[in-house]
Design a protein around this ligand. Structure first.
Ligand code: SF4
Length: 493
């Protein structure tokens, strides 16, 4: 029986944190820890925290409180807290919860194994927070959650100062990786069987600002097009102020860049955008969407919207609804504004009454769903290409449906049965063409309508993953794919 210490990483927040957690798992496995079995208590519990939500700290201290008696009964157990809240609260965490062993920040996730060891030997809590990044986190080992899909960081930090956002103060100024390093990482991933990558940055459109190339992001997309075996490229999140036409051209002219755009709107009111310190206006936002749709008529566009920002009037909210109507988003991640401690907006007067925010939120969600449903219904009878997903919920027990993502990132549930009624074999990472039988407000269904299956290298890689692996190469319970990585905070603030 293995005597290796077990670990569990609990993740809150955005895609950046989801990806950081993959690295924390990779680091721990490199150091000899093994992932804890479902339902068991881990020897090391790591919280990767988010500071975006109003009650993030209550949630963290509540979770830590639950673990205190568990730890008291389990000698040798360790608890670590990292991520944005740790960067913000620092040693307050060990003052409030003295049973925590390690606190680390957003700039030094690579130190976790060393800090755990130091805390164990010294029998004393270790708090290490750096003010800026020393090693770009993508150079750290990663335990990917998926055999066929991977996140690739192109930058961290952000040079903007949106008034509702805590990211700049916790993640620091934008730091860009060199294109050669990014492309080498993608090539290595493809060699391992990955066929889909999502390029990740707080503001991907300003990628290159650090090394003086304003066109770097478009060039990077085009360079991804030259990587043999890379079938799907996505990215998140772009910022409307810095979105340039060369990026639209690169998206349209690079076949493996998917016809999909997630571009945060936040508000359709120019006044609210100004108060949010977001330097674009509604017409600019709509202009980008028009140009994207002209270049890629089949592009699905999604967004993030905050309802009830301080000072938002009914007229401002109507302006948001109008942009939603004109944009025809395939979906929108909608958030009720809540004060985020440490942000300028938390100090603004005219905080909107909760009941008003709730009522507007419901109207917005209803409109988003109405449009999304119309869009999805238009797919009925059409054939879409689905990359089959993996992970819990992949197979619905009642319907025997599998799930995956269409090229435009729509979620598709399908039965592995062809149009003659025969069952077809398909593995996660393989590509199925299916005929849509029903479009719901949030996903497409294709029952008994598989048109073709293409076995892929990713499907082979998924099969091979069941073989024993060396430490640091993760199997894990994959979650990327279905539903799409839905963080509990937007990727960009
Ligand atoms: S919302 Fe996005 S663009 Fe604005 S400061 Fe935060 S991370 Fe930067």
């Amino acid at each position: 029986m293995s005597t290796a210490r077990t670990y569990e990483v609990r993740t809150h927040g955005c895609q950046m944190n989801v990806h950081d957690s993959e690295r924390l798992s990779g680091l721990l496995e490199d150091a000899g820890y093994v992932a804890v079995a479902d339902g068991d208590q881990a020897d090391v519990v790591v919280f990767n925290t988010c500071a975006v939500r109003e009650n993030a700290d209550n949630k963290l201290y509540g979770n830590l409180g639950h673990l205190a008696p568990v730890k008291a009964k389990r000698p040798g157990m360790q608890i670590a807290v990292g991520g944005c809240l740790a960067q913000k609260d620092r040693s307050t965490i060990t003052e409030k919860a003295p049973w925590v062993d390690v606190v680390f920040g957003t700039h030094n996730i690579g130190s976790l194994p060393v800090l755990l060891e130091r805390a164990r030997v010294a029998e004393e809590a270790q708090v290490e927070i750096l003010e800026s990044l020393e090693v770009f986190p993508s150079t750290l080992p990663t335990k990917r959650e998926s055999a066929y899909a991977a996140w690739v960081s192109i930058s961290v930090g952000c040079n903007n100062t949106c008034t509702f956002c805590i990211v700049p103060s916790l993640r620091g100024k934008e730091k860009d990786r060199r294109p050669g390093e990014i492309l080498a990482e993608i090539e290595a991933l493809v060699a391992e069987g990955v066929s889909e990558v999502t390029l990740l940055g707080q503001n991907v459109n300003t990628y290159g600002v650090e090394f003086g190339d304003k066109l770097a992001f478009g060039k990077l997309l085009r360079a991804c097009g030259d990587i043999e075996g890379l079938e799907r490229v996505r990215f998140t999140s772009p910022h409307p102020s810095s979105f340039t036409d060369d990026v639209i051209a690169a998206m349209a002219e690079t076949p493996n860049v998917m016809p999909q755009l997630h571009m945060p709107l936040q508000s359709g009111s120019d006044k609210v955008l100004r108060d949010m310190r977001r330097s674009y206006r509604a017409e600019r936002y709509l202009g980008i969407i028009d140009r994207v749709r002209t270049a890629m008529p089949d592009a699905a566009i999604t967004t993030d919207i905050i309802v009830g920002f301080p000072g938002e009037t009914e007229e401002d909210f109507e302006a948001t609804l109008e942009v939603v109507r004109r944009s025809r988003f395939s979906t929108a991640f909608t958030f009720q504004y809540s004060k985020r401690p440490g942000t300028p907006a938390a100090e603004l007067p005219d905080q909107v009454d909760r009941a008003v925010v709730q009522e507007r939120y419901e109207r917005l969600v209803a409109l988003v769903q109405e449009i999304a449903w119309e869009e999805n219904r238009a797919f009925e009878g059409q054939v879409v290409e689905v990359m089959v997903a993996e992970g819990e919920g992949r197979k619905d027990a009642a319907t025997h449906r599998l799930s995956g993502r269409a090229r435009d990132n729509r979620l598709v549930h399908f039965t592995p049965v062809d149009e003659s009624g025969a069952t077809v074999e398909v593995r996660p990472g393989d590509v199925a063409e299916v005929r849509v039988t029903y479009g719901s407000p949030t996903y497409l269904v294709a029952d008994g309508a598989v048109v073709s299956i293409r076995r892929t290298r990713s499907g082979d890689a998924w099969e091979n993953r069941t073989a024993p692996r060396p430490a640091g190469v993760g199997l894990g319970m994959p979650t990327v794919g279905v539903p799409a990585p839905l963080p509990d905070a937007p990727a960009c603030g």
